[in-house]
Design a protein around this ligand. Structure first.
Ligand SMILES: Nc1ncnc2c1ncn2[C@@H]1O[C@H](COP(=O)(O)OP(=O)(O)OP(=O)(O)O)[C@@H](O)[C@H]1O
Ligand SMILES: [Mg+2]
Length: 439
């Protein structure tokens, strides 16, 4: 007969079952265990008690498991970190609430979708290599990449990933670091601009002095020349080139000037109305100009001339971006910059602002170009562009304690948004749009 090897736990269970049976008056009489039927009956009763005990333990264990699972599910669902599980083929097999909200979809619709479709095209190869490394390395790996959510907005995330023991799944923990990255980029940009402003200002002053000497001596020499002197043409060229140089250095000096020249209370709507006819001239025939002013007075403390220069510079750029014609829309409204806005955009201080946006439906720019456009001398117009227009605009807006940022998509168009702190009391707080309503 096959002997069954009993474990210690089984022995203990039997012991407990026997004890319980002796307490039960209906149990088989233990003194008659030499009697075979009685012994079998006793055995059966012991097994029955054993089974009842096991059953009750199982029920208790199930309850404990259910409580633990509930706790884990709550933590999983309400964690601020995004948790996503991917199959070996890169399909989403589980996602918590934070993950679903990051990707911008309903949870059940996300299941089965390829996670790679949310990764920005430029980062897809790097992400595939990352998953390979995670799979082969079998240790926790991390990377940063850009996802495009349902609304096709870029979200920069930090990902920590591990493969499961079977290698059949990947567990991903994602943190949205868009705000931090934007803040870092803005700080870097501000520091870079400060250095460039100092450098440009210093160089421009020195070169300007030199150019004045050239123009001055050139003009004197011309005065002493006869009208038909053959060298007069050369001198004209020298003076004209020096004049062009002086214009350039004037722009640089403008750019490096640290304070608005003439800051006065002014309504942003009024500035736009004043330059409207000039803007129509700048944009020309093939471009439809739409202006939507705010109904309320939006007073800021600003140098009117400098703000006009910024608007004209943006409109000129927009015209260049729409060689075949298009639409240029200018919108002015009051916005409330709150902490959510600051986290998302990486700039600003909380408060009420006048927001002026300039939108075109022209060529647009990719992310790489958009990152560089505020740098002095960055231009894609190598014919006549100096690449100073936007760096001057940036400098002017910063000098007014404001912010300028850009949203652009190749082939779709570009929106520049300027935020200037409201200083007047003439605005109606009920009409102010929360800043993150535009994000
Ligand atoms: N609305 C826009 N659409 C597409 N690209 C733009 C737009 N605005 C600016 N850019 C890009 O940013 C670059 C820098 O603009 P910026 O105004 O500083 O210089 P520029 O227009 O090239 O020269 P300048 O303003 O000195 O004549 C442009 O050359 C262009 O590549
Ligand atoms: Mg320009």
């Amino acid at each position: 007969m096959k002997t069954v090897k009993r474990t210690k736990a089984a022995d203990k269970l039997r012991c407990r079952a026997e004890q319980q049976l002796t307490l039960n008056p209906t149990a088989a009489d233990a003194s008659r265990l030499d009697d075979e039927p009685m012994r079998l009956l006793h055995e059966l009763q012991v097994h029955q008690v054993e089974l009842e005990m096991q059953n009750s333990e199982l029920l208790q264990t199930r309850d404990r498991l259910e409580t633990a699972l509930e706790k884990y599910t709550d933590l999983y669902d309400f964690a601020p970190v995004c948790y996503i599980t991917l199959t070996h083929a890169g399909e989403i097999s589980a996602v918590n609430l934070a993950g679903a909200s990051l990707l911008g979809g309903v949870r059940c619709r996300l299941i089965g979708r390829k996670f790679g479709t949310f990764v920005a095209a430029a980062d897809r190869t790097a992400f595939a290599v990352f998953l390979d490394t995670v799979l082969t390395g079998r240790i926790k790996e991390s990377c940063e990449l850009v996802l495009l959510n349902k609304r096709k907005q870029p979200v920069i995330v930090q990902i920590e990933a591990m493969a499961t023991a079977s290698g059949q799944e990947f567990r991903l923990a994602l943190i949205d670091i868009t705000g931090r990255k934007n803040l870092e980029a803005h700080l870097m940009q501000a520091e870079k601009m400060e250095t460039v402003v100092l450098l440009a200002g210093g160089i421009a002053r020195d070169i300007n002095d030199i150019l004045h000497v050239i123009v001055g001596y050139g003009a004197c020499s011309e005065m002493n020349m006869t009208a038909d002197d053959p060298l007069r043409v050369n001198l004209d060229q020298i003076i004209a080139a020096a004049d062009r140089g002086a214009n350039l250095t004037k722009s640089l000096l403008n750019f490096s000037r640290m304070q608005p020249v003439n800051p006065l209370p002014v309504d942003v709507n009024e500035i736009i109305r004043d330059v409207e006819s000039f803007l129509s001239m700048v944009t020309g025939e093939g471009i439809h100009l739409e202006i939507a002013c705010s109904e309320q007075r939006l007073e800021v403390t600003a140098d009117r001339g400098q703000l006009e220069q910024v608007i004209i510079s943006l409109a000129t750029n927009a015209r260049h971006a729409m060689p075949g014609g298009g639409r240029l829309s200018i919108l002015i409204e009051a916005v409330d910059i709150d902490n959510g806005f600051i986290r998302l955009h990486g700039f600003g201080e909380t408060g009420k602002y006048a927001m002026l946006s300039v939108t075109d439906n022209g060529t647009g720019m990719d992310r790489e170009i958009a990152r560089k456009i505020f740098e002095p001398f960055f231009t894609s117009d190598n014919g006549t562009g100096t690449g100073l227009g936007l760096s001057i605009a940036y400098s002017i807006i910063r000098q007014h304690n404001g912010h300028i940022d850009v949203d652009s998509e190749p082939g779709k168009g570009t929106t520049f948004r300027i935020y200037l702190p409201l200083t007047g009391t003439g605005f109606d707080p009920d009409e102010i749009i929360p800043g993150n309503a535009r994000s």
